[in-house]
Design a protein around this ligand. Structure first.
Ligand SMILES: [Mg+2]
Length: 303
């Protein structure tokens, strides 16, 4: 069952097509001229458009052109309605973006078959589009934790930094590292290391705001971007996360693992920070300071 828009200045032709399509269970909208057709396409979002080429005022080619120029209608398949003699018109219509044509007077079986083919193609096309979006999303993610990956984090922070600089926004970068991570792998094996990484990713996702971005930065290192967040607020958020991790029991094969993190915070604007790279570097320096000062703590870039 699809929604089909018929744009035709002939009431008779439109009525015949409507009857054939309605019999097959389709919902049919009618428009009697080009202008009404464009409006119906925009507001009704049909799955397919049957478009008469020869109409007064605005002909089918012009309608086609407008449909293709408008983002909200350009993906809707168009089938031209032509009479037998108009061969060159068909070619012109196809060149302008129509996918197919049917000739008047309609052969019922042919009309239904062509409409069905294009509905099926549209469905397949939409599935491919969804798959592409999913693949793109997966390409940006870390396989183990489901957080964003290193590459995506850098791309995103570079863009975000430019925007923050242009619009005078505050932005904070947080780097964190699992304390003595090696001991989990050495004591219990790599599987346990993975359990710890996944558990930490979950705690991070629960602790951050929906608008913030979390990524797995490297082996046992994670990175966050906090938007519109000044230094004090970033330290507070980092401290809250550190505490959540410390009080979260990670269970693995009957073992309860105590996980802690060291955290470094850097915030822009700051006189020593001129680009995204420096923002990350200073967060990294703060992280090292947190480790030097005994781990399981938060340090911020002082500049
Ligand atoms: Mg006509």
């Amino acid at each position: 069952m699809a929604k089909i828009l018929i744009v035709d200045d002939s009431k008779l032709i439109a009525h015949v097509a409507k009857t054939m399509l309605t019999k097959k269970g389709h919902e049919v909208m009618l428009a009697q001229d080009g202008k009404a057709g464009l409006e119906a396409a925009k507001s009704g979002q049909p799955d397919i458009i049957l478009l008469d080429l020869i109409m007064p005022v605005m002909d089918g080619y012009e309608v086609c052109q407008h449909l293709k120029e408008d983002e909200t209608t350009q993906e809707i398949p168009i089938i031209m309605v032509t009479s037998k003699a108009e061969t060159s018109d068909k070619v012109k219509g196809l060149q302008m973006g129509a996918l197919d044509y049917v000739t008047k007077p309609f052969d019922e079986a042919e009309l239904i078959a062509r409409v069905n083919i294009h509905l099926k193609l549209r469905e397949l096309y939409q599935e491919v589009q969804e798959q592409n979006i999913l693949l793109q999303e997966m390409a940006n993610r870390d396989g183990l934790t489901g957080l964003y990956n290193h590459r995506y984090f850098h791309e995103q922070l570079s863009q975000d930094f430019l925007r923050a600089r242009r619009y005078h926004e505050t932005i904070s970068c947080v780097l964190l590292d699992i304390d003595f991570f090696k001991k989990f792998n050495d004591t219990y094996g790599h599987q346990t290391g993975d359990v710890v990484l996944r558990a930490l990713a979950e705690v991070i996702e629960r602790s951050i705001r929906e608008s913030d971005l979390a990524a797995r930065y490297g082996g046992e290192e994670f990175a966050l971007i906090m938007y519109h967040t000044d230094k004090a607020a970033a330290i507070e958020a980092a401290e809250r996360l550190r505490h959540m991790v410390e009080s979260h029991e990670v269970k693995d094969n009957g073992n309860v693992l105590q996980v802690t993190i060291s955290v470094g915070v850097a915030t822009f604007p700051h006189e020593t920070i001129h680009d995204a790279k420096e923002l990350i570097e200073f967060a990294d320096q703060a992280l090292y300071k947190a480790k030097d000062n005994g781990r399981n703590r938060v340090e911020a870039h002082e500049g």
